[in-house]
Design a binder for this molecule. Sequence first.
Ligand code: ATP
Length: 228
Amino acid sequence: MSLLAISGLETFYGASQALFGVDLDVAEGEVVALMGRNGMGKTTTIRSVLGLTPARAGTIRFGGADIRGLKPHRVARLGLGLVPEGRRCFPNLTVAENLLAAARPGRWTLAGVEALFPRLAERRGQMARTLSGGEQQMLAIGRALMTNPRLVILDEATEGLAPVIRTGIWAVIRTLKAEGQSILIVDKTLAELLPSADRCFVLEKGRTVWSGRPEALTPDLQDRYLGV
Ligand code: ATP
């Protein structure tokens, strides 16, 4: 059974329609890539799932329950952990306080997250606002894990980071995958994304236009759907 199943999703910003029929599903333990050029609706799809920009039509089922129309805090409590674009943390809390503020019972504890990101352990007592961009991104991922989500959603988690930090974040994503963590991921680095993903969904102008295994996304298709 699908952990997350979206079909026929339509979402608007005011009078302007952004999604015209998005279909996507994530099975338990799967890493799914949500792809598409700029402005095609990836972030809006995520916002719709989380109830941040409620969908006007379509279905969203999570763990078998209909979650369309639920408020964001209720969706989060059902086990959706978002790592948002722009890595929002509490700037005036320490690293450890940021992590503990997100904690819910489960496999991921402060010690577990600090083992995954040794850099965060070193910076435990430091205010989040004093972290580098890469460290803030680690903290954002750590916070999502601390909620012990059934599904982690990563929206452009490696965007704008130094290459060495990006490499580290991809290694963490592979570790999570190996542990059976379900992940929905938006990222533009195809060279890292494709080998990490079990399946891909491609959006064009607010619609799902292609889905399949990453090896089926040929250079031709990449050029057609993702090329600039
Ligand atoms: P990117 O890769 O650039 O982040 P995306 O695929 O995530 O793009 P969205 O951000 O979901 O795309 O945008 C989908 C469409 O919705 C675009 O046409 C965009 O201009 C529009 N849109 C996004 N946010 C808003 C907003 N707050 N108000 C109005 N329109 C918006």
